[in-house]
Design a protein around this ligand. Structure first.
Ligand code: OAD
Length: 231
């Protein structure tokens, strides 16, 4: 596939994109939500009841992510971005793996484990490089929370707006490694399709949305991307 034949490209990625790096997915075999109850670790009410446990859980995610590195699939996307400037990534992943592969134009729908937020001051603090958080409290004394979208949280309005705009206008939409069950992300493949984009899915498994794609590639992310974009 020659990306120069397309004007606006969106890669839409989920946990399966990071799976080959060694980051666990959320659902399916080895999935995080099989081992942990999100009600205890990934929602605002859990944070209110037991902030230490919720922060410990997210530190573990950071420690795991730091043991992993971007794989060939991340590199292929990053190189394509260098060749075609109108190429964006809309990701549900919070692990920062695309950025570690030097990708630009990354829209993080569900936030990032590498940022903390103070709810009372509206402060967002970058907290990179280490597994443990540099600090768990804001200078105002309040607990800092990971700047990610937990279950029952509203997504950031501007982020959703930007993603919707990019996807609504793209002419090539490539979905990689998402079960596409969490909204509003689950609506994006249909949006791209309804606006006339050529839609491609890379996933070793069939998903609930597989039937809407123009083409499905039943491989791992790096293999699928290599197949499509190797010259
Ligand atoms: P899921 O864990 O729901 O789905 C992962 C998908 O990746 C599945 O469809 C797998 O078949 C596929 N997969 C596994 N290995 C793969 C590989 N090597 N290459 C390509 N695909 C592979 O993850 P998401 O769809 O990203 O939200 O989940 C969406 C959201 O649900 C997450 O962002 C998270 C979660 O709860 C929050 O935490 C708010």
């Amino acid at each position: 596939m020659d990306i120069q034949n397309y004007n606006r490209i969106v890669f839409f990625t989920g946990a399966g994109m990071s799976a080959e790096s060694g980051v666990p997915t959320y659902r399916g075999r080895g999935g995080i939500w099989n081992e942990y109850k999100w009600e205890e670790y990934a929602c605002e009410s859990a944070f209110m009841v037991n902030p230490e446990a919720v922060l410990d859980f997210h530190e573990l995610r950071r420690i795991e992510a730091l043991k992993c590195n971007p794989h060939k699939g991340h590199e292929i996307i990053s190189q394509l971005q260098n060749k075609h400037s109108n190429t964006h990534i809309v990701t549900q992943n919070i692990d920062g793996m695309h950025q570690r592969a030097d990708s630009k134009n990354v829209i993080e729908l569900h936030g990032s484990i590498w940022r903390m937020r103070c709810e009372s001051e509206g402060l967002i603090i970058e907290d990179l490089d280490r597994g443990n958080y540099n600090k768990r409290h804001c200078n105002c004394g309040r607990w800092l929370r990971p700047d990610i979208i937990w279950f029952q949280d509203m997504l950031n309005e501007k982020t959703v707006q930007k993603a919707t705009e990019l996807i609504g206008k793209c002419d090539l939409f490539i979905s990689i490694g998402t079960s596409a069950v969490v909204w509003p992300a689950a609506g994006y493949p249909k949006l791209a399709k309804s606006k006339g984009a050529y839609c491609l899915e890379i996933n070793p498994e069939t998903t609930e949305l597989s039937s809407i794609y123009d083409k499905t590639i039943r491989s791992k992310a790096s293999e699928g991307l290599s197949d499509i974009f190797s010259n």
